[in-house]
Write a protein that binds this ligand. Structure first.
Ligand SMILES: [Zn+2]
Length: 159
């Protein structure tokens, strides 16, 4: 058996939510349940392209998109994150600390629970339908050319 090969719902495994670089995973318990509902309502398989992210994986994604400007563009309040920027990056990229000054989300917790997923739009589903159904299930939905970012940022997690 492979790590994180644990069935969470009829259609989703824990491994689909893990950080691609490390295999670490810590998710909001309702995330797979809402995705399962999305999958059932749409009636087609869904592919999660990114859910949990450690800082290096998050940085890799932004670096790929923005190159050397990644530190100015990277989302510091991302609900994908399991942890904040590492010390080395704070020292090398002072802009990160400047930007963090305006934020309250990251410094409050060093161990974060991921409540987000990026989901590729299935060919059979129109972008309008995809977004409409997702909005009925998630707190925050952001459309991209490839599909949707969804998260549960306003759904509290009992400790
Ligand atoms: Zn996302």
């Amino acid at each position: 058996m492979k790590r994180n090969e644990i069935r969470l719902t009829d259609h989703f495994l824990l491994s689909e939510f893990e950080d691609k670089a490390t295999g670490l995973v810590c998710i909001h318990p309702l995330l797979p349940l809402r995705l399962e509902q999305l999958r059932i309502r749409l009636g087609v398989p869904l592919r999660i392209t990114s859910s949990c992210r450690t800082w290096p994986e998050h940085r890799r994604i932004y670096r790929q998109q923005y190159g050397e400007r990644w530190a100015e563009e990277i989302s510091l309040g991302s609900r994908h994150l399991l942890c904040g920027p590492d010390e080395e990056d704070f020292q090398k990229y002072p802009v990160l600390m400047e930007r963090l000054g305006e934020m309250t989300y990251l410094p409050a917790k060093s161990n974060l629970t991921c409540c987000a997923a990026d989901v590729r739009r299935p060919e059979e589903v129109s972008s309008r339908t995809f977004e409409l159904v997702a909005r009925s299930l998630f707190d925050f939905v952001k459309p991209y050319p490839w599909g949707l970012h969804v998260d549960l940022r306003h759904t509290p997690l009992d400790k």
